[in-house]
Design a protein around this ligand. Structure first.
Ligand SMILES: C[S@@+](CC[C@H](N)C(=O)[O-])C[C@H]1O[C@@H](n2cnc3c(N)ncnc32)[C@H](O)[C@@H]1O
Length: 270
């Protein structure tokens, strides 16, 4: 749907299809998230398009719409539409549970950490709270904005950017730890080939890169490729990255385990 100024009208991910009720929103999102949405200043939202809702509690999260230019990032397909559930999902799992396979490789001393495709920044917040300097790159505004609010107490530098180019990260910037968790399989072959040297260039000589690749049925509405650990190890080796960990784990989330989803957990160093 195009508006008068030629911009594409997109739902902001916080608004619902017709028929949605505040009661249903209440069931899906905990009170804290509603409170967050109620207090969330959104200067770029077009409040004139608010539909009327009825229900036991008026839920701002359920009624906000926006007209924004659509940023077309193929790999991020599906995330804005499902953002409200995903915010809850991403915030509901502990860092240790999620990253058990790579915990022993993470630096202890305060250092520079880059989380690419950070979602709501739960991992970046964990690092920031542990004294690291954390940068969260996240292209999906509907995840990044609630993440910024939810983790406002943590000292995170947020960047609206995406692979393969990460063009908004200033030239020459380097990190001790780069995490790419559940993102790589959203890039097509060309994007992966472009992204790997970029990622390698961001890593200090003593740095660690961790990646996770999802295997199994695709999530509905997402663009996902079948990317193997072997292919990724081979691609990384072209840029001097040596694989130090390659394990297959089951999913930390029960509903993903039941769906037969497994993960490759990879780590690399120079
Ligand atoms: C499955 S989520 C993982 C989020 C977070 N890393 C976590 O573990 O909770 C995938 C994330 O990658 C982001 N993403 C998709 N394509 C991307 C790209 N080309 N560059 C950077 N991030 C991307 C999505 O917006 C989404 O936040």
């Amino acid at each position: 749907m195009a508006s008068k100024n030629g911009r594409k009208a997109v739902r902001c991910g916080r608004c619902r299809p017709r028929g949605h009720t505040a009661a249903r929103a209440e069931k899906q999102a905990p009170a804290a998230l509603h409170a967050l949405a109620d207090s969330w200043p959104q200067p770029d939202l077009n409040y004139s398009r608010l539909p009327t809702l009825t229900g036991p509690r008026r839920c701002s999260a359920a009624v906000r719409c926006t007209l924004q230019p659509m940023a077309m990032i193929p790999g991020a397909q599906g995330y804005s539409e499902q953002a409200e559930q995903l915010v809850i999902q991403y915030e509901s799992i502990s860092f240790v549970e999620k990253h058990r396979a790579v915990l022993h490789l993470l630096p202890d001393a305060p250092c520079d950490v880059l989380d690419i495709g950070a979602g709501t920044g739960a991992d970046a917040a964990w690092f920031a709270d542990a004294g690291h300097r954390a940068v969260a790159v996240e292209p999906t505004a509907e995840l990044r904005n609630p993440g910024m609010s939810l983790h406002s107490a943590s000292s995170i530098e947020w960047v609206d950017d995406c692979l393969p180019d990460l063009s908004k990260l200033s030239q020459g910037r380097m990190f001790d730890l780069v995490m790419i968790t559940a993102v790589w399989m959203h890039l097509d072959e060309n994007e992966r080939a472009t992204a790997m040297p970029k990622v390698a260039s961001l890593l200090r000589s003593s740095g660690v890169l961790t990646m996770s690749l999802r295997h199994g049925p695709n999530a509905r509405g997402r663009r996902t490729f079948d990317v193997s650990a072997e292919e990724t190890v081979q691609l990384a080796s072209k840029y001097g990255l040596r694989c130090t960990l390659n394990v297959r784990t089951e999913s930390a989330r029960q509903f993903n385990r039941l769906a037969g989803i497994t993960w490759s957990r990879l780590a690399f160093s120079f």
